[in-house]
Design a protein around this ligand. Structure first.
Ligand SMILES: [Zn+2]
Length: 128
């Protein structure tokens, strides 16, 4: 992958990271949920929204870790290299999924074999 493409993808990752961080509440926003819903009638709705946002937070944490890992791999120069076959992950795939750790073929193989029924996070930790 050439430098220009890597820079582009880096920008994509950084933007996603800041979006997700803001959504996860890691970066304080000017208007938060509490001030946006001042009506006490909305209290019940607010509660269930809080549950939902907790769920979202977990999912966003995973996303943040994936994005951080991608940036880490970029620093180390291993970004875009498939962890399954050491081949290059296509830029097209990375553009769509900048946190991809596997090339399309390895991804499909894994999905078929159901080796990783989760989100692929099992690579984190084992890759170091
Ligand atoms: Zn592969």
């Amino acid at each position: 992958m050439d430098n220009k493409k890597r820079q582009t993808l880096r920008t994509v990752i950084l933007k996603r990271l800041s979006d997700v961080s803001r959504r996860a509440g890691l970066v304080p926003e000017e208007t938060d949920m509490e001030t946006r819903l001042p009506d006490p009638v909305d209290q019940a709705t607010k509660e269930s929204e809080r549950d939902l946002s907790r769920l979202l937070r977990v999912r966003e944490n995973v996303e943040i870790q994936k994005l951080a890992l991608a940036l880490d791999r970029m620093e180390q120069g291993s970004y875009g290299i498939c962890l399954g076959c050491d081949g290059e992950i296509s830029v097209k795939r990375l553009r769509a999924e900048p946190t991809a750790l596997l090339c399309v073929e390895c991804q499909q193989k894994r999905e078929r074999n159901r080796v990783a029924p989760g989100n692929g996070m099992d690579f984190i930790g084992s890759s170091r």
